[in-house]
Design a protein. Structure first.
Ligand code: CP3
Length: 345
């Protein structure tokens, strides 16, 4: 019965005449109704941990646009917070965390089982959504990949080239691997609970995978995501996983097999034509419209949307952006993208 949801059909390998659509960061600051609910919650983290309001902002883009999937409103940095790191957001700048750069600091974090005390509101949000979403809309749960989350935990903030995490990897490999292992195991526990609560698809975000070079890419992006995917599959064989190794470039090829994921999300760093030939031949793909078109719109948006649909038309495809929609996007351009995909022209 759930197989009638178009995203689940695409993830199962079906080629659909019209690809299902959702957008990374579809609940976000480009929407006036999001800004209103966020103001009601007080701040971003209060919104994440208020299950009723988090469910509300998750539903807003579904009501406005009728996307084929909803992604639970949360953040990849809630997991380090649940492990005991301090987390706060500086307006206009981004996240800040207490740092983990010594063995003592790693040892002082909480054990995996303790994360649920903090993360229960996220599971509650998932439960509310699985009751309230329209029956044709799939519910996506998510987490950050260990490498990407580790880059924030080590540096204490976003860093352009992930320098501090690369430095720790070079200087203290056992400690770095300890952080990756703890994140891998706690991510499995976190995502399993999201599935128990009603998530039907899982997405793993490795937003900084692109800065890993050579064997490091395999060791610290691909392998942890493969381990998470395998552990979830063992417990929840029917729940497909989407992995997003942003910046992977030619390394997107072969990633279905390397990670065991049902779908590879593709950023805008490769063309849809290349990805159709080298990635989609192995299974479902998602992406890769540049999010800047949500700001600029017009005929270029229509042409690019059509080109991507055409390039991916011979295999399983979920229409999405290459990365998250930005706060300066125009909501009418989102509607134009959806109309273009669904008109099939
Ligand atoms: O996609 C969705 O609609 C679901 C919600 C979601 C958020 N963050 C909400 C959010 C998801 C899936 C994420 C993932 C996330 N968070 C990633 C991976 C995906 C990516 O974008 O590469 C990363 C790296 C983070 C960490 C993070 N959270 C940063 C760096 C920032 C600040 C940058 C910014 O855009 O302001 C956030 C904040 C954040 N997470 C916002 C939202 C809607 C904006 C916060 C606000 O309302 O002020």
């Amino acid at each position: 019965m759930t197989q009638q949801k178009t995203i689940l059909r695409a993830l199962a390998g079906e080629t659909l005449a019209t690809p299902p659509i959702w957008m990374m960061r579809q609940a976000g600051r480009y929407l006036p109704e999001y800004k209103a609910t966020r103001a009601q919650a007080g701040d971003f983290l209060s919104l994440c941990y208020n299950s009723e309001l988090a469910a509300e902002v998750t539903l807003q883009p579904i009501r406005r646009y009728g996307f084929d999937a909803a992604i639970v409103f949360a953040d990849i940095l809630l997991l380090p917070q649940a492990l005991g790191a301090d987390l706060w957001f500086v307006t206009g700048e981004g996240p800040r965390l207490s740092t983990i750069t010594t063995a003592d600091e790693l040892a002082a974090l909480k054990p995996v089982e303790a994360i649920h005390d903090t993360l229960n509101p996220v599971y509650e949000t998932v439960k509310i959504l699985s009751r309230e979403l329209p029956q044709e809309t799939a519910l996506i749960g998510f987490a950050g990949a260990p490498w990407t989350v580790a880059t924030y935990m080590i540096a204490g903030q976003g860093t352009p080239a992930q320098g501090p995490a690369h430095a720790l990897k070079a200087e203290n490999r056992p400690l770095f691997e300890g952080i990756i292992n703890l994140l891998t195991e706690s991510t499995i526990a976190y995502l399993s609970r999201q599935i128990d609560a009603g998530a039907e698809v899982i997405k793993i975000f490795d937003s900084w995978a692109g800065s890993l070079e050579g064997d490091d890419f395999t060791e610290f992006s691909v392998k942890p995501m493969a381990r998470i995917t395998a552990a979830l599959k063992e417990r929840h064989p029917d729940v497909p996983v989407i992995v997003f190794a942003r910046g992977a470039g030619p390394r997107f090829a072969g990633m279905h097999a390397a990670t065991g994921a049902a779908c590879i999300a593709i950023d805008e760093g490769v063309t849809a034509e290349w990805a159709a030939e080298h990635v989609q031949k192995d299974g479902c793909v998602q992406g890769n419209l540049a999010s800047s078109h949500m700001v600029t719109g017009g005929q270029t948006l229509i042409d690019e949307t059509r080109r991507i649909c055409r390039a991916f038309s011979k295999g399983p495809h979920i229409f999405n952006l290459g990365h998250g929609i930005t706060p300066d996007a125009d909501p009418t351009n989102v509607q134009l993208m959806i109309d273009t995909v669904r008109s099939g022209a």
